[in-house]
Design a protein around this ligand. Structure first.
Ligand SMILES: CC(C)(COP(=O)(O)OP(=O)(O)OC[C@H]1O[C@@H](n2cnc3c(N)ncnc32)[C@H](O)[C@@H]1OP(=O)(O)O)[C@@H](O)C(=O)NCCC(=O)NCCS
Length: 162
């Protein structure tokens, strides 16, 4: 089945996030916020220290078995990040890809690797919470076999992996 990920299979490597990725991740998020004010993770643009603090927290959660955090790399360059975090007994995905390399299957590759890791940990149900106006993300998750299962507080939708 064509899922988009093979377009980059030879070029993109997926690995665990490291604290040294903070600057690259900050730059990707800054570029997203420059053109698109629709928030996806943050209410406003975080600075580099906040990103580093957030990554440190996620690494700590990973050690406690409450988070999986992956980055996609094109050579040495980080081009995307995907997290799976346990919040109130549900596992939530959050992710983004550098604007310059979207629609090449990188998001799908990240999602597929996250799903493999989740399966190994015995995680049965995975969710994504997306702001209603973020039609691209909704299309992306639906393309990857997520189905809308609830509307949260009128402004975001909850999607569940089938
Ligand atoms: C959502 C996001 C991660 C997708 O990453 P990506 O690498 O571009 O995704 P893929 O190339 O794997 O796309 C897979 C499929 O998703 C759908 N899709 C992706 N981008 C789309 C777009 N702009 N418009 C419509 N459908 C789209 C398509 O079905 C696509 O398959 P196709 O290219 O064969 O038609 C990326 O757009 C992004 O970083 N958005 C900003 C952050 C965000 O909203 N994150 C999600 C909420 S946590």
């Amino acid at each position: 089945m064509h899922d988009g990920s093979e377009r980059n299979a030879n070029r993109i490597a997926i690995r665990d996030m490291q604290i040294d990725d903070a600057n690259a991740i900050f730059c990707i998020i800054r570029d997203i916020y420059k053109e698109d004010k629709t928030p996806f993770f943050f209410d406003s643009m975080p600075d580099e220290n906040e990103i580093e603090g957030l990554l440190a927290t996620k690494l700590e959660l990973s050690r406690e078995g409450k988070c999986i955090d992956l980055v996609a790399c094109d050579g040495q360059r980080v081009v995307g990040e995907a997290e799976l975090v346990l919040k109130e007994e549900k596992w939530y995905i959050g992710m983004f890809v550098d604007k310059a390399v979207r629609r090449l299957g990188i998001g799908t590759s990240l999602l597929n690797e996250l799903a493999k890791r989740a399966a190994k940990l015995g995680i049965a149900n995975v969710y994504a919470e997306v702001i209603k106006s973020n039609e691209i993300a909704i299309s992306f998750f639906e393309h990857n076999n997520f189905e809308e299962c609830a509307v949260q507080g009128g402004k975001s939708v909850l999607l569940k992996k089938l």
